[in-house]
Write a protein that binds this ligand. Structure first.
Ligand code: FE2
Length: 134
């Protein structure tokens, strides 16, 4: 499954949106690498990019929330931390068992679906708060 960054994912904050686009691309690249049965080095580099970019993006988003005194900061950060744990678990699965069907299923449900849901809900709230102060 390939995911598209369409209008429904736009938060209206250009910096956040650009990073979200990059994240969706990273998920697609990883899924494609698994689907095409690419070698370990390729899959590992796509999974590492996704993990590293997630850490960077969350740090930037959390910094922004702090800067604007976003009231939902602590709860939002907890969601980010749980997601990072999930991505690390997926990396461990990959290292242990390789690009299995179960792994692809997890990437679709625990990574892609989570991200899309999080962007549409929580991140849109953040962007609206930054824009309107509420
Ligand atoms: Fe977020």
């Amino acid at each position: 499954m390939i995911y598209t960054f369409d209008k429904s994912l736009e938060t209206g904050n250009a910096a956040i949106d650009a990073q979200h686009k990059e994240l969706i691309n990273a998920v697609n690249n990883l899924l494609e690498a698994c689907a095409k049965g690419m070698g370990r080095a390729e899959i590992q580099s796509t999974v590492k990019f996704l993990a590293d970019y997630t850490v960077k993006h969350f740090a930037d988003e959390e910094k922004l929330q702090k800067q604007y005194n976003y009231p939902g900061y602590a709860a939002h950060k907890k969601l980010h931390d749980d997601f990072k744990t999930e991505v690390n678990a997926i990396i461990d699965d990959y290292v242990k068992d390789g690009a299995t069907v179960a792994l692809t299923f997890k990437i679709n449900t625990k990574v892609a679906a989570w991200l899309i849901n999080h962007i549409k809900g929580e991140d849109k709230k953040v962007a609206a708060f930054i824009k309107n102060g509420k």
